[in-house]
Design a protein around this ligand. Sequence first.
Ligand code: KG4
Ligand code: ZN
Length: 382
Amino acid sequence: MKILSIETSCDETAISILEASGDLQSPVFHVLANNLISQIEMHKEFGGVYPSVAKREHAKNLPTVLEKTLKDAELFTPEKNEIIESDIEKILEREPEMTDKLLEIVKNMKRPDLDFIAVTTGPGLEPALWVGITFAKALANAWGLPIVPVNHMEGHILSVLLNAKENKSIDISKIQFPLLSLLISGGHSELVLVKNWMEYEKIGQTVDDAVGEAFDKVARILGLPYPGGPEISKLAKEGNENEKIKLPRPMIKTEDYNFSFSGLKTAVLYLVRDLGELTEQDKKDIAKEFQTAVGDVFIHKIKKAIKKYGASQLIVGGGVAANSYLRERFTNELGINIFLPEHELATDNSLMIGIAGYFGAISGKEKSPDEIRAHSNWSIDS
Ligand code: KG4
Ligand code: ZN
């Protein structure tokens, strides 16, 4: 099957074309094309993602990214195509800024050899999600294709199934259920029990800020640019243990599998206030202590969940899974098999949406376009 996948839930506009075959136990993926435009530069001045800017940028970029992706995959054949323009115009009523460019593309190319469209429908920023969904509906109409809605968090879990560098699937014959998945991004921090592919139970989550959000806010306190995760990670490498710089390990002792990161951020704020003028070394030491605190909490909670649920494998996903310090600790301290996404697949991308879309398609999760809508709070287990 050839899958066109679209991701617009946050600040990356991404479209891929994947070729997939096999069943849930032995899927085979091959990337035909993959493109992504990051809006990070746009959001830097706000210190975070600004939803109306995200929506505008997605709408501006989607047609261009689509055209490039089709060409990269050699699925773009110039030819006049009879399209009912009024149908497309109606579908794009909510996003009229995309209409002209999209019509120009679909009217001037042969219907491409694709089997379905996978699109992120949640969780994420509602206006941003809608742009991708509406775009998917317009293409589905133009080319007579079905749509498979994809949960972004499921995409993060399944991102570990692809070895993008070598463009091949990883061997999952040794996967044993149940396994645990730690999903850590700018919007989420959750611990999920994976009972089987497509069968999830959320066993814990943050009660306040997501861990990526805490990285971003702490970076801001230290005067570092957005996104803060990579900046903190860089600084922490040169940090030392420092008597004066100690932070709490929030909720490490609670019986549940929940997390809290807002207090940790506030503790950094107070620490910085009490220290007065910060030296460059103080900043490095704070970054190191912050990262260590986050790592301690994750390791502790995961160990407890491994015992309780008898899991022998862990999948880590989400932007914060790009953090090399955390990757090392997960690999060395848990004593179980770890699956980590490649850096490029840890942060938001459309390849993971294509993979999850394939799993959805072979499990009968296709929906008619009228039924597809944005679910900004869509939980992975509902
Ligand atoms: O998954 P993602 O790209 O988008 C969401 O779905 O939220 O995650 C973005 C988050 C940001 O908060 C960013 O600071 C964080 O991932 N991040 C990192 C690193 N790279 C990105 N956090 C810690 N260390 C990193 N190396
Ligand atoms: Zn994400």
